[in-house]
Design a protein around this ligand. Structure first.
Ligand code: HEM
Length: 509
């Protein structure tokens, strides 16, 4: 690209920017926020590491609706239950879009993955499929699969506790493959697990590296660069990534279709939605296989965050572990593993699960929604095209809702409070995102994570690792991911509670 093209492009951006700011001034004041630099905006204040901490400081200084911009692109952070409910939930019809990304969506082919689809007909068709096969009333039909994957995971964990992160990835991948495709991964070198891992790696460390915004997203004309031109390396990468992701869209889907033909299949998301052959138009199949494929990457990091924070909480708050184990012993006994039918009789476990959701806060800024038209809120203008973030971190750490918010205290969920306060304190109203884009895996997670932590508590002891002198090793708590609250691996000691517990797990084989 020549210098004159850059200058012309920059001039155009400046004009567009000046026009945009002028038109905003007419419609109403923007929400407050940190002072921007001319043209560049607040680019210098955005950090790739734990941005939620900075966003929460802004909320303390400027209020629960904060506005920033980067080169004229508005970013809005909502940091209270009121603001997230009012805008992302109640006005969900205009806050349900996602940014159109040229690199991720168009060039890498992610624009048909649920988390990337814009608020259009494809999105609505995908949501219908998700409600049909992952709605709360359908989840019990997955119980046998969830149970099998959970017990398998815990047996593997007992065999190799030091590798708990890798095993959790495998568990999350295995559970998704079995519930979505009815496919049982039998070895740690399974072809679909490997392909899934490769695609998750492409998404997190390739496409979404550096926040997922590429130069071509800012100057879309760059997509027309020929692949031999300097600076077109992104096109070569995109083509290779797209091809790999297409393999992962097609192969497990073909597996389900072949199993259905042979008549030997485990009931799954896909088999349920393929039962009526007459509805299998090419468009239906296209929607179905893209929707199915979206689940794998969406479930991976979130599950790891939940499980590793559960382990961390059990190390740091052993009194909660003991109370939970006592409740399980008194309700379930020690002669069987917990099952879903025990759930209603285990209130402390329920409180502990709530607190894991709150304390872990797996996606602290949720995923941004794109506002589809200008909106006025409390007299302030939120401009069309704004990327709006629900600041889940600020809410789950709000001392007015959660006194001593940084501590892990399941008991806070055993208090009786009125319905309005209970709604504000329920972490499920935030950690799964908001409005029309709320996580469609929430019902599945509600069952799978419950069984996972309850069975771990019933069968394993978790404590701090010991050094050579026998002194406890404090876990090192570090976060290095810009979207998920992924903990770096920390030392911990995981072992069966007794020979009897181990036998119960083995007898499940
Ligand atoms: C503890 C586990 C999980 C948490 C905390 C979680 C959280 C989230 C969040 C915060 C979003 C963004 C919502 C928004 O944009 O407002 C999301 C989206 C999504 N999640 Fe989950 N998730 C979890 C597990 C799963 C699982 C197991 C699946 C599938 C089996 C799944 C499938 C999806 C999909 C497809 C989307 C995109 C939805 C859309 O953009 O319309 N998630 N999730």
């Amino acid at each position: 690209m020549t210098t004159s093209t850059w200058v012309a492009g920059a001039a155009l951006l400046l004009v567009a920017f000046a026009w945009q700011r002028k038109s905003r001034a007419r419609a109403g004041p923007l929400p407050p926020g940190p002072a921007p630099l001319p043209f560049l905006g607040n680019v210098h204040q955005l950090t790739g590491k734990e941005l939620w901490l900075v966003a929460t400081q802004w909320a303390k200084r400027f209020g629960d609706v904060v506005h920033l911009h980067v080169f004229g692109q508005s970013l809005v952070f909502l940091s209270s239950p009121e603001a997230t409910f009012d805008l992302l939930d109640k006005r969900g019809a205009i806050y349900g879009d996602k940014p159109a990304l040229v690199m991720a969506g168009e060039l890498c082919g992610c624009n048909n993955m649920v988390a990337f689809t814009q608020y259009n007909d494809v999105f609505k068709r995908q949501r219908t499929l998700l409600n049909q096969a992952f709605g709360s009333q359908v989840i019990p039909s997955y119980y046998p699969l969830i149970q099998a994957e959970t017990h398998l995971f815990i047996r593997r964990l007992v065999a190799d506790p030091s590798d708990y992160i890798k095993l959790t990835r495998r568990y999350a991948g295995g559970l998704t493959l079995s519930t979505v495709y009815g496919y049982q991964a039998t070895s740690s070198n399974d072809k679909f697990l490997n392909l899934g891992e490769e695609c998750v790696d492409i998404l997190s460390n390739g496409i979404a590296s550096g926040g997922g915004i590429w130069p071509v997203d800012i100057i879309p004309a760059l997509k027309h660069l020929p692949t031999w031109a300097p600076g077109s390396g992104f096109k070569v990468k995109a083509a290779a990534w797209k091809a790999k992701m297409e393999e992962f869209i097609d192969q497990p889907y073909n597996f389900v279709k072949n199993s259905l033909k042979s008549g030997e299949y485990a009931p799954s998301f896909c088999s349920m939605l393929l039962e009526d052959e007459k509805s299998c138009t090419p468009q239906y199949e296209f929607d179905l296989k893209n929707t199915a494929n979206s689940m794998y990457s969406a479930s991976m990091d979130t599950t790891i965050v939940m499980f590793s924070h559960f382990l961390l909480a059990m190390l740091q708050y052993p009194e909660a572990l003991v109370k939970a184990q006592k409740e399980i012993e008194s309700v379930v006994g020690t002669d069987k593993l917990p099952t879903f039918s025990d759930r209603a009789s285990l209130p402390y476990i329920e409180a502990l699960l709530n607190e894991v959701y709150r304390w872990a806060t797996p996606v602290p800024l949720s995923l941004p929604h794109r506002l589809m038209e200008d909106d006025i809120y409390r007299g302030m203008l939120i401009p069309k095209g704004s990327l709006v973030f629900g600041n889940v971190w600020a809410i789950t750490r709000d001392e007015r809702l959660f006194p001593n918010a940084s501590a892990f205290v399941p008991e806070r969920y055993l208090e009786t409070v009125d319905a309005a306060l209970a709604r504000k304190r329920d972490p499920r109203n935030y950690v799964f995102g908001f409005g029309r884009r709320r996580c469609p895996g929430d019902n599945l997670v509600e069952s799978s994570i419950w069984l996972l932590i309850t069975t771990v508590l019933a069968t394993l002891d978790i404590s701090k690792a010991k050094d050579d002198q026998g002194s406890p090793v404090e876990p090192k708590v570090e976060y290095n991911n810009s979207i998920f609250r992924l903990l770096d691996r920390f030392e911990c000691d995981i072992r069966p509670r007794s020979e009897h517990a181990l036998k119960l797990l083995q007898d499940e084989c």
